[in-house]
Ligand binder design. Structure first.
Ligand code: ATP
Ligand code: MG
Ligand code: MG
Ligand code: MG
Length: 472
């Protein structure tokens, strides 16, 4: 019987404990003291304080299983086997301690040793940076990887601007010909955009400092930062076609079958809907558990967008009423031996989701009707452009995040008039600023007046938060 998700997570942490690592707990998805990040998006994101030297860890060897949110992958979710908006990253880290040799050898041992995961070594291949001869040699000479399976790829360089940077090496699992066998497919190689060679683990060797003048100098203390997706390695261990048939998702999918009366596996479109729903409910439940709430800006906007995207896909399953909140029990139960937060705040999370679903349903039908009407009007004019002010109306009045409108109309070959939409957003921001200035001057006045009569009533806070930041 293959290992389950809890066992794999624990096995990873145990392995690195055995190699002298201290295990750090999974931290909040909402970054603490880090204004540069909207969400914690990797294991290393919570350990920055060690990597940039602000804090010296008691033990330079650290391992964790860190919940992560990535919105850049949202369009892949439901369509690829391997992408989620919420996933867990398993990582081992060295803060100026061990370097390439140990990082590579331990990753290999964990994946191939019969005492641990026990993958067939023949199924694994790796990519390295073309100039990283050191990593290439370690794979070839110390691991014994045949050179045909060590692929040099230019993109294997981890660089986020100023700060530590360096080459990386990634490990891929060959899931076999049934996931791709066309020899003419230019993407069919480890690191290409394909479903056969599954990227499971990224080992980053941060050995340079990216200086303000864009030169690179060797770091005196070199670091290791690795990340492996739990859902991905689990899909290989459990031999499932995608991450979604593993025990991390199946109970949610089962519950969605129950709610909808539809069957998972009956069509490609329906399966995509099941997957989107299962993915997004995890993200939203965990994010709310960590203190985020749906709103029109920042993190809240991401949640709103995810929930509404899920509702849209659920129409494919003939679900036309609030239901996402009914999946939170499953999320809590699947995760509660490692993450207690969703279980702890289950009722609150359900309430927030249900309320948000209800709000969207109130305007959904009208919004959809407008969408159809506008597309028809434009088509009749021979246009395939969706006017910006209509995108704005859908956003502002009907609660359709711009990206949601975009996804709908893309299916019909439409594109958004971006400039027109931006212009409307700017107008709205200007209106908000004006309102705020008025409020500010009122506030000054009322401060003066306060001493005279205390009961001067102030209305206007509702208008204060309209300024939108829709970047994710
Ligand atoms: P991909 O190329 O498949 O999009 P990536 O190269 O963007 O992955 P990394 O930034 O290297 O991913 O992250 C380290 C590891 O985390 C990956 O090797 C993968 O196992 C996992 N991972 C990354 N993004 C996702 C995601 N959106 N969903 C699930 N797992 C992910
Ligand atoms: Mg990616
Ligand atoms: Mg990649
Ligand atoms: Mg990668």
């Amino acid at each position: 019987k293959p290992l389950n998700s809890a066992e794999v997570r624990q096995m990873f942490l145990d392995f690195f404990k055995e190699k002298g690592h201290s295990v750090e707990p999974s931290r909040s998805l909402v970054p603490q003291d880090d204004p540069t990040l909207l969400w914690i998006n990797s294991g290393v994101a919570t350990l920055k304080k060690y990597f940039d030297g602000r804090v010296i860890p008691d033990n330079p060897r650290i391992a964790n299983a860190q919940k992560s949110i990535r919105t850049n992958d949202i369009e892949n979710v439901g369509f690829t086997a391997r992408h989620h908006t919420f996933f867990e990253m398993l990582g081992n880290f060295s803060i100026g301690d061990y370097f390439k040799e140990e990082a590579i050898k331990w990753a290999w041992e964990f994946l191939t040793s019969k005492d641990w995961v026990g993958f067939d070594p023949e199924k694994l291949s790796v990519t390295v940076h073309p100039e990283d001869e050191e990593a290439f040699a370690i794979w070839r000479d110390q691991v014994g990887m045949p050179v045909e399976r060590i692929i040099r790829i230019e993109e294997n360089f981890w660089d986020i601007g100023e700060g530590p940077s360096g080459p990386n090496t990634e490990i891929f699992y060959d899931r076999g010909e049934k996931y791709g066998n066309d020899p003419k497919d230019p993407e069919l190689y480890p690191g290409g955009e394909n479903e056969r060679y599954l990227e499971i683990w990224n080992l980053v060797f941060s050995q340079f400092n990216h200086n303000p003048d864009d030169t690179y100098t060797p770091l005196p203390k070199k670091n290791i930062d690795t990340g492996m997706g739990l859902e991905r390695i689990l899909s290989v261990i459990q031999d499932t076609p995608t991450n979604f048939e593993t025990d991390l998702f199946m109970p949610i999918i089962k519950q969605t079958e129950e709610v909808s009366g539809e069957k998972y596996g009956s069509s490609k479109e329906k399966d995509t809907a099941f997957k989107v729903v299962a993915d997004h409910v995890r993200t939203v439940a965990f994010a709310i558990g960590d203190g985020a709430l749906p709103s029109n800006e920042g993190r809240g906007y991401v949640l709103r967008r995810l929930l509404r995207r899920a509702v849209r896909f659920a129409k494919e399953l003939n679900i036309n009423e609030p239901f996402m909140y009914r999946l939170v029990d499953q999320v809590a139960e699947i995760m509660n031996d490692f993450y207690i937060e969703v279980d702890d705040k289950k009722d609150f999370i359900k309430n927030v989701i249900k309320t948000e679903e209800e709000r969207f349903h109130e305007t959904l039908q009208e919004g959809l009707a407008i969408l159809e009407k506008v597309m028809k009007q434009e088509k009749d004019k021979g246009s395939q452009t969706f006017p910006g002010h209509e995108v704005f109306t859908l956003y502002d009045t009907y609660g359709f995040p711009k990206e949601l409108t975009e996804e709908y109309i893309q299916a019909e070959g439409f594109t958004i008039d971006e400039a027109g939409f931006e212009a409307e957003m700017k107008k709205q921001r200007d209106r908000a600023r004006e309102a705020r200035q008025k409020v500010d001057s009122m506030q000054v006045q009322s401060e003066v007046l306060q001493n005279i009569h205390h009961e001067s009533e102030f209305v206007g806070y509702d208008q204060l938060n309209v300024e939108s930041n829709i970047e994710v």
